[in-house]
Design a protein around this ligand. Sequence first.
Ligand code: DGJ
Length: 706
Amino acid sequence: MPAVLPPVSFDPARGVAELRTPNSLYALRVDADGSPRHLYWGPPLDRAALDTLPAPHSPARSSFEAEAAADELAPQSGARFGPAGLQVRFADGTRGAQWRPAEHRITDGELRILLTDRHFPLAAELCYRVRPDSDVIERWTELRHTGGPDDGPITVDRLDSASWTLPPLSDYRISHLVGGWNSEFQLLRDRLPVTETVLTSRRGLTGHHAGPWLALDDGSATEEHGEVWSTTLAWSGSWRITVHRDPVGRTTWTGGFGHEGLSWTLHPGEQLTTPVFAGLHTSHGFGAASRAWHDHVRAHVLPDAEHDRPVVYNSWEATHFDVDHRGQLRLARRAAALGAELFVLDDGWFGARRHDRAGLGDWTPHPGAFPDGLRPLADEVHRLGMAFGLWVEPEMVNRDSDLYRAHPDWVVHSPTRTATELRHQLVLNFARPEVEAWALRTLDRLVRDNGVDWLKWDANRAFTEAAWPGRPDPDRLWIDHTRAVYRIMDRLRADHPHLRIEACAGGGGRVDLGILARTDQAWTSDNTDPVDRIAIQHGYSQLFPAATMAAWITDSPNGATGRATPLRFRAHVAMAGVLGLGGDLTAWTEDELAEAADLVARYKRIRPLVQRGRQYRLSAPDGVTAVHYAAADGTEHAVLVWRPATRFGHQPPALRLPALDAHAHYLDADTGLRYSGAVLRHRGIDLDLPAGDCASRLIHLRRHHP
Ligand code: DGJ
């Protein structure tokens, strides 16, 4: 019997640390010069095999080459010429760290490599955590000024959470997410160029344009086959990840919070802790990588993954800023009749907010629209059997607001620069303790006084001219703002245990593992056109589980794209995540309302599969795509099939369902038809899609025990 190896170990004799997950091994070695260097990341190896790994060597040996071994966090000293994960400057102008022989500590699934500089009062801890049920390795760094009052400050120009290294591969390919407002989470898969490739957000938010997730493979991995290494940064402000494929065939990447050019000061006794940069290796393709991320996010990131995400009705697309008690109540009644479980009053309910130019920051109900406040609406919504949710955008302010008039200095700004307004708004500096305290007080009161069960927390602009006049360490606001957002959300949840929070930033502009640790789901995109959503949801699903992916059925033609689509297609696309409704229900016909009610009821039947099951992305010829959600125990399955455009009026070929058990039989929960698992796996199911564009189908199968 092979010995069971502990999940975390460090052997001082070999200087080797091992992190073992159920299906992978990550190993590093601390060399005599104190530097932790990468050793291995891949399928499990036993110790004897690990010890046979050849020392890394560069094929090009000369005095111009970088050292052959890759660092766990490159410290900007020695023969290292790639992107440094740690860049520090000491008071006398010396740059970079040089470590003493390292120590280590292991506690409860956590390894810490303790590093101290040979000369200066600087200590770093490289931290690693593994969990018994996850292949994800979580890494972060803690940096401390260990000096006394007489030591000068240390300037930190870069402090990454971790650097990662691939084994030598025959080629390298990168998968990552790009986009923009209304087009988030577009998956790109490109050959990795021999250069430094930077993925970044300089916007103070995670960003619509790039996401802090990437996957690397040798160019041959498919959805269900091949080795894939992927990583993601759990941070909701600016960030940077630099992937370095060097000309001698080594690929490493380093990442952390903050974009280039920022620097932070560490005074004696101070510490800077990075967010987690998590990594995952799988041998079974992009689909298995996504499933492992989904499991990890549900088990170890989301605050409450087990509760069913409610079917929401959100009023934004129906009424925009034109909200009042009567109009919202009319929508709420219709929504409740369709089966909605949560009614969210969106933007426009407060202050002088009749458009996007005024009122942001003044979080009291508009007296004309809600003469008796929000409580009567909340009470009615509750009476209709729904939870009551409220849209807020606490980090932002219009110049035309009482808040700005009272506290013009609360916004991030530089007195000598013109403050750029985006959507007529400015960013409040949450790094200022009094602003954080105001936001917490305001939100707490809103929730307490109005029976609020749900906050949709929006943020509709990027940071510009981000300075904090009079503050000696002004770049800290890029970190401290985000941390204040986290703290406020955490506090609100702790003080109001029933409260749920939806993350939003003009759609999916702030979705990452940092914000998801204190929210329940994210508003995926303001683009609710189902054809566009298929691509958006495909990218989103690479990392995030469906239980966090809010998706509404809205009006047709779609407000953003003008495309007309059948209700059933809109619903089937939205059912792949957390189903919601977002259209002007007062304009829907009786037939549409009846069909929508039926579709909502069908969603509720498959909801546990979508929100807690395992996801398989399927694609078939003729532009047909599908997503299969399987119950963890394999007893129940939901397959959503979409064909945006018909070809020649032909039926698509049968769709194979490889996640089914070939030895089992299945009954279609709607038609009662009985299928052999082997046939559905190896030959496929006939789709019988309705004629025309935007055809779709929901297949609901139950394992059958004859
Ligand atoms: C952007 C969000 O993504 C929308 O859903 C809506 O809440 C608007 N903001 C309101 O201003």
